[in-house]
Design a protein around this ligand. Structure first.
Ligand code: PMP
Length: 340
């Protein structure tokens, strides 16, 4: 028998999918951890589950209590769904720049949504800071209390990847893994997986794939937090060293232009049937760079972060793509004449 006892046990244990074109282009085996197959369709279900379980274990989250979080969307979706399964409500603060599809999903999952203007972290009205203040206020007024998930600086987030993602990758490859690459939102995925893999084999090379507009590429190559440009990708792009990133064993970093990342997303869909979001394009571009650095014959793992329908109105919208000066995949506008 293979039965999962509820949604909680359906999180994780995702397959590793060999990416054909990336592997062929590099002579390496490039594998994608299929996180879009989690119940909430993203890698963030793992962090959401660990954050909730940790808050319960500490006695901070009580039955019927409220989970409050600031999120680009995926963590909120995970928290809302896991919350429903375990008997907690969720209140989610989201920057208004995030895709309509993620906001719709949050509402239908029962989260109370607070949309705020997207402003820098230094601004007191940044979504993360608003969510912290809101959690404090609700803790005092909600009958069963409220907790702040605080995914950026709550290391229960990276613990999820230390205990699950990393060991799964090690077991699935029989320890035959030479490199791991991921982009960073909170840093939980990259840091946690890196810590778990390095503990098993310190020679495994760990790379950060950063979009433009983020400061970490500069930090890990020059020691200075500095950003240039911008990106249409969502859920990634960090400007500071979060608690989850602190001490992460990162060996190298790449900066990936959007044009390169979105072309990879389109190719994965057109040629391999994999429908994924923009951050996956950044990750696979990073995996290709690491493969070229290591040379043929190596095995590199990256993360297929979330499902592409979440970005239909942007990444798969010809008008949006044209406006951003990005390539438009032909099939989005393809039609056929039906004979009378
Ligand atoms: N990709 C997407 C689509 C995400 O939503 C996130 C999380 N914000 C990430 C990648 C990065 O994950 P992490 O927070 O673990 O760095």
């Amino acid at each position: 028998m293979d039965i999962r006892n509820g949604l909680v046990e359906a999180v994780g244990n995702t397959p590793l999918i060999k990416l054909k074109r990336a592997s062929e282009a590099t002579g390496c085996t490039i594998l994608g951890k299929a996180e879009f197959l989690n119940p909430g369709q993203s890698v963030k279900d793992r962090a959401a589950l660990f954050i909730i379980q940790d808050a319960v274990a500490r006695g901070q989250l009580k039955p019927g209590g409220v989970i409050v979080e600031g999120t680009a969307g995926n963590t909120g979706i995970g928290l809302a769904l896991v919350g429903n399964a375990l008997g907690f409500r969720s209140v989610i603060v989201i920057p208004d720049t995030q895709s309509q599809e993620k906001k719709d999903m949050l509402r239908l999952a029962g989260a109370t949504l607070v949309e705020v203007p997207a402003v820098a972290y230094a601004n007191p009205n940044n979504y993360v800071k608003v969510s912290g203040r809101l959690a404090e206020a609700l803790a005092a007024t909600e009958p069963n209390g409220a907790v702040w998930a605080n995914q950026f600086d709550n290391v229960a987030n990276r613990q999820a990847h230390i205990e699950t993602t990393g060991p799964e990758i090690w077991a699935q490859t029989n320890g035959k893994v030479d490199g791991f690459v991921a982009a960073v939102g909170t840093g939980g995925t990259l840091a946690g997986t890196a810590i778990a893999l390095k503990a098993r084999n310190p020679a495994i090379r760990i790379a950060l794939a950063d979009p433009f507009g983020a400061s970490l590429y500069s930090y890990y190559t020059t020691g200075e937090l500095k950003a240039e440009g911008s990106s249409i990708t969502e859920g990634i792009g960090q400007g500071r060293i979060t608690a989850n990133l602190e001490g992460a064993p990162i060996d190298t970093a790449y900066q990936i232009p959007d044009a390169e990342a979105v072309q990879i997303v389109f190719d994965l869909l057109e040629h391999e049937g994999l429908c994924l979001g923009g951050s996956t394009g950044i990750n696979v571009a990073g995996a290709i760079r690491l493969a070229k650095e290591l040379g043929p014959g190596h095995t590199i793992v990256t993360v297929l972060c979330d499902y592409g329908t979440r970005y239909q109105s942007k990444l798969f919208n010809p008008d949006f793509l044209r406006e951003k000066g990005l390539p438009v995949p032909g099939w989005l506008e393809r039609s056929v004449d039906v004979p009378n």
